[in-house]
Design a protein around this ligand. Structure first.
Ligand code: NG1
Length: 458
């Protein structure tokens, strides 16, 4: 049997060794799913506003091996012993582990499948996970894990969905862990294409693959500042989700639009929109920032505070807890999201036309906007971005949610070594004198999206 793109013989051999761990007591149907992480070229913090993004799936993946079992539980093991084994029962509402437990991503994926197929009796499974996407580095190891688990679990249960539906299902399901994220990571992990970036639009979800110019190289470098999505970073992320939604609602009201909950609703209702006009309109209709108890926002929107609170913060275990000591920024957040959307649209055209200089300029502007208006950069991210630019990159920016994690630099293939050298000298040698930065930065390639193989025939 020929293997899907992204698998090679060495990987298959490794998967077969993992499969040997779970063959006992399980039935013959045994599958493996490989799902990649991603690096986002541009379009940061726009997906949860329903606005476009331009990521690539990377050649670093998580593999999940799964087989049906009869133990009455989902049994989860990790090839890396740092992540302890877990077992839990399949039920209509699977209770999460404590916040921050790695296996909540596994539960999220299983819960997503249960919610999507509520009338199907699902079989239990034994699962072994082998993650090769560096965690907490802004490369979406979390979505690689959720996607690979969901697809492997569906395969064990012989359930099929088309890729866009799978992406929508997994994006929704990942919110189980408490991050109110958008759908970029899951979509590119599933639909990524070798040597291509994906221009992804939402509501409705659709993708356009754009060939990476042959002379383009992507250098990804990790600040080594952990962007831990289970603590402070999650609170900051969710706060941005609330701020963007408030900006959208206030703008929607100022423009007499009904039913607006995200900035994408405003943009879609105004075919000739531009960021500067919308930001001006927002500035004219509300203060730049609002109190964090939502009282002021409720009064602008002529809503009761409890109603607005429930709509924005949700309820149950994933309810967003806002730090009430800080006001909510409205104008700056909207200015980032709307100007970033203009940049993404221009970047897709620039990339398609091979305009790497222009693409780099847009990436630099994206980083500035994330630092100044979205306030999710750090001095480490700024420093490493600066080194990449000094090394001759067309452009560089933080990638992923920020608050730590990695940067991506776009450069000419012939110049990638010089960019890496500049980062090594200007950042790693200063931050970590004497350490070998070999695994902290790399040239990554746009690889294919997720695929499942049946290990009985592979
Ligand atoms: P990372 O970098 O994986 O934390 C997060 C969200 C994305 C997107 C980016 C910011 C999840 C799973 N991922 O990515 O949807 O909003 O931040 O652009 O929540």
């Amino acid at each position: 049997m020929s293997l899907p793109d992204g698998w090679d013989d060495a990987e298959l051999a490794r998967v077969k060794r993992l499969a040997a761990q779970i063959r006992d007591g399980t039935d013959a149907l045994i599958v493996a799913c490989r799902a990649p992480g991603r690096v986002n070229l541009i379009g940061e913090h726009t997906d949860y506003s329903g606005l476009p993004v331009l990521p690539v799936a990377i050649n670093r993946s998580t593999i999940v091996v799964a087989a049906g079992n009869t133990t009455g539980e989902i049994e989860v093991a990790n090839a890396d012993v740092a992540w302890p084994s877990r077992r839990f029962a399949v039920e209509l509402q699977i209770p999460p582990y404590e916040a921050g437990d790695w296996a909540n991503y596994v539960k999220a994926a299983i819960q997503g499948v249960i919610d999507h197929f509520p009338t199907r009796r699902l079989r239990d499974a034994s699962i072994v996970i082998d993650g090769r996407v560096p965690p907490a580095a802004g490369l979406s190891s979390s979505s690689a894990l959720t996607v690979s688990t969901a697809m492997a679990f569906m395969a064990v249960n012989q359930l099929e969905l088309d890729p866009l539906e799978t992406a929508t299902m997994v994006a929704r399901s990942e919110r189980y862990v408490g991050t109110h994220g958008g759908g970029m990571d899951q979509t590119v992990s599933i639909l990524g294409r070798r040597d291509h970036a994906l221009f992804i639009e939402f509501d409705p979800l659709r993708v356009r693959a754009i060939k990476m110019p042959a002379n383009a190289a992507l250098v990804v470098a990790d600040t080594r500042e952990v962007a831990d999505k289970s603590g402070r970073v999650r609170a900051e992320y969710n706060r941005r989700v609330v701020e963007c939604s408030l900006a959208a609602r206030i703008l929607g009201r100022a423009l007499n639009l009904d039913g607006v909950t995200i900035l994408g609703d405003v943009v879609r209702a105004q075919p000739d929109w531009n960021a500067a006009d919308l930001v001006e309109k927002l500035a004219a209709s509300s203060p730049a920032w609002l109190g964090a108890d939502l009282k002021e926002a409720a009064s602008i929107l002529e809503l009761s505070q409890p109603a607005l609170d429930a709509e924005l913060l949700g309820h149950g275990p994933t309810r967003i807890a806002l730090d009430s000591k800080r006001p909510l920024e409205i104008l700056k957040r909207a200015r980032h999201v709307l100007s970033e959307t203009e940049r993404v649209i221009r970047a897709a055209d620039a990339l398609e036309a091979g305009g790497l200089d222009e693409m780099g300029t847009l990436m630099n502007a994206s980083h500035a906007s994330l630092a100044d208006d979205f306030e999710c950069s750090t001095k480490h991210l700024d420093a490493i971005v600066e080194c990449a630019r000094r090394g001759g990159a067309f452009g560089a920016r933080l990638t992923g949610a920020g608050f730590g994690g990695s940067i991506v630099a776009l450069c000419d293939v012939a110049n990638a070594d010089a960019v890496i050298e500049s980062i090594d000298r200007g950042y790693y040698a200063k931050q970590y004198p004497g350490a070998a930065p070999k695994n902290w930065r790399a040239v990554l390639h746009a690889g294919p999206g997720a695929s499942v193989i049946d290990l009985r025939t592979a």
